[in-house]
Ligand binder design. Structure first.
Ligand code: GTP
Ligand code: MG
Length: 255
């Protein structure tokens, strides 16, 4: 077929294919969710409905993109890890990040009502998305450890901050002042001595964030009995230590 004289503009597009044999992570993050969470009445410090909606949207993404072997989410963010050898969209960076981000965002709105049955989003939520490459298994583990450590630091701070306000009667600026310069042991101590809260007994989903992986699980078949089926399951595991990776060795080895 004859090409138009305009065809040459295609050459202005850059090739953004990700390097072969590297882990591809797409991370999405809510834009201005400090405001979005306030305006939509999210519970403080954690809103289980909102976190569950994030996980529902992330599950939709994993159902669509079979080459995502693990996803990790906390607060207003989710990271999607593609198999090292994935050929999805010929490994084109923008194709991967925009498709993941778009499906995540539309799913977040699509399923909103299942988690917030009495309200509608007051304005369209926005998520940004980026693609980052990690060459070694140690790098990808360190990346996930970084996100889970971030979850721990923020959640311990927020749990203590809101206990001081909601149960201790402090103003936000008094609570901020009290927590200035404190270490994690100090925050654990405040929670325990002032509010009888043992931080380690807080729900694992809030302390650790959510890990999505595919597992073979038994499902019932019509004539009785069960058969195994691959399903996306949510877990709240520690992904910083070795145990999770020893038990899930298959995630880091080429298939
Ligand atoms: P940008 O990402 O830079 O656009 O800013 P942001 O306002 O989204 O902040 P950031 O991504 O750093 O942090 C997420 C923010 O979302 C937190 O600071 C909280 O204000 C809010 N948030 C996330 N999850 C919850 C929740 O379960 N409950 C409440 N109350 N707020 C939450
Ligand atoms: Mg954000």
């Amino acid at each position: 077929m004859a090409k138009s004289k305009f065809e040459y503009v295609r050459l202005f597009e850059s090739d953004d294919r990700c390097l072969s044999n590297t882990w591809i992570v797409v991370r999405i993050d809510g834009k201005g969710f400090h405001r979005f969470s306030t305006e939509h009445g999210y519970e403080k410090p954690n809103d289980v409905r909102a976190l569950s909606l994030m996980t529902k949207a992330a599950t939709s993404v994993m159902e669509e993109f079979k080459d995502i072997c693990l996803a990790y989410g906390q607060s207003d963010e989710y990271s999607f890890v593609f198999r090292k050898e994935t050929q999805a969209y010929s490994r084109r960076s923008a194709k991967l990040s925009t498709n993941v981000c778009s499906l995540f965002t539309s799913s977040f709105v699509y399923y909103w009502n299942e988690y917030f049955p009495t309200s509608r989003p007051l304005y369209p939520p926005v998520f940004d998305g980026r693609t980052v490459l990690y060459p070694s298994n140690q790098n990808i583990r360190d990346y996930l450890s970084w996100r889970q450590a971030d979850c721990h630091i923020n959640n311990l701070y927020n749990t203590t901050f809101w206990a001081l306000i909601l149960k201790g009667g402090l103003t936000p600026s008094e609570a901020e002042q009290k927590l200035k310069g404190t270490l994690s042991g100090d925050k654990n101590e405040i929670l325990f001595s002032q509010f009888a809260i043992n931080y380690n007994n807080e729900p694992a989903m809030l302390r650790k964030g959510t890990v999505l992986v595919r597992r073979r699980v038994p499902v019932a078949i019509p004539d009785g009995g069960t058969r195994e089926k691959s399903q996306i399951v949510q877990e709240y595991s520690d992904i910083i230590g070795d145990e999770f990776w020893n038990e899930n060795n298959h995630l880091l080895t080429l298939s």
